[in-house]
Design a protein around this ligand. Sequence first.
Ligand SMILES: [Zn+2]
Length: 108
Amino acid sequence: MIQEEVYKHIKIETVERNIKNKTYTVYLLKFKESIIGKSCSKCLEILPLSNFNNSINGIASKHAYCKTCHRNYTKQKEKEAKAKKLFEKLLKEKNIDKLNKLIQCLES
Ligand SMILES: [Zn+2]
């Protein structure tokens, strides 16, 4: 197929998704009516479907975040969980000095 003909079959479609009362616009990259790529809800980049993890409820059975954003999101959640645990431990120990330091770290 010559390039121009390939381009004719490529189109971008927009889909509105409502999650937790917030509306997100998802861009779908289509080739001859089949979805070959979509936008990431986090970095907003349009990427091939292989850049997304599978998800039962997602558009094209793919996760809303791309693999890179999903990894960063998971890391952030882990960090938050660790900080929370440490916070609770220090609170139990009534370690005010360390608590203040932790709060300063979290705020900066
Ligand atoms: Zn992303």
